[in-house]
Design a protein around this ligand. Sequence first.
Ligand code: C2E
Ligand code: CA
Ligand code: CA
Ligand code: CA
Length: 278
Amino acid sequence: SASSGDKTHVLFNLQLGEKLYYEQQLIEDMRIAIEMAQFELYFQPQMSLSSEKIIGAEVLIRWQRNGQWISPSEFIPLAERAGLIDKLGDWILYTACQKAKNLVSLGWNDLVIAVNISPLQFGRKDFLSKVTKVLKDTGLKAKNLELEVTEGVIIYNENEAIETLAQLKKLGVHLAIDDFGTGYSSLSYLRKFNIDKLKIDQSFIQDIEHQAADQSIVRTIIELGRNLELKVIAEGVEGPEQLELLASMGCDEIQGFYFSHPLPEQDFIDFVKHQRSP
Ligand code: C2E
Ligand code: CA
Ligand code: CA
Ligand code: CA
């Protein structure tokens, strides 16, 4: 009837209203958290499959809001929509490079620290000069920094993306394509861009030991990487069966809970020390 339809409508609006209110609060708290630098950066180890030694880490942001952890997959898209990603992205890049410099100074000269870059952040005219300045200010060498971008940055503005990626390469920064296999773009960009690494999306790894289709896709990506002389890393590796499979396929690097969860800075330092001690 009309009345029950109205009820549904009211209920829907209420829920929508609550969601908007919740998001608005989150945005306000994020604004404050950015001002007060209340975020933390965690490090998830990346391992070479051939040596089983640590080669670097991905930096992942963490935020505890009123004693509760909020997932970055929730607040990063919100920061992008609310116009907060530039400030937050600047803080992430600077702080990550500062901490990376600290790690390198502990004697780990070959460590590569990977930082996630939002497509919006990457698309800014001053992104290249920002990276240059951050490296200069922190004293981190470009070869110790990797930027993880999704195919989104390429779709966004292809010609400018090509130019920025070429300049970053010139600086000596490593470039990885994140969530590889989930984007919508054609593969032709791989010819034009000077990329170092493909990061196989974890959705292909999750159930790889049971899914023949996932095995085919992953095998194909690894072969593609080999032919184009790109390193291939698999993320979301949780168990020994997945590891065995990926090793047999010739995957170069591994990241996932199997080796380690993302760790606070000091725990990561301990992890590397333990890993690298003879
Ligand atoms: P992502 O870049 O694809 O990051 C990988 C995510 O997978 C991380 O989630 C990580 O904790 C998780 N992960 C790692 N190993 C495993 C595993 O073995 N199993 C499972 N199930 N998950 C695993 P997290 O930290 O919650 O981040 C989610 C997303 O938020 C990231 O996806 C990235 O898109 C975004 N994000 C996180 N930190 C940053 C940042 O500093 N800057 C930007 N722009 N985005 C970030
Ligand atoms: Ca990433
Ligand atoms: Ca990813
Ligand atoms: Ca992702």
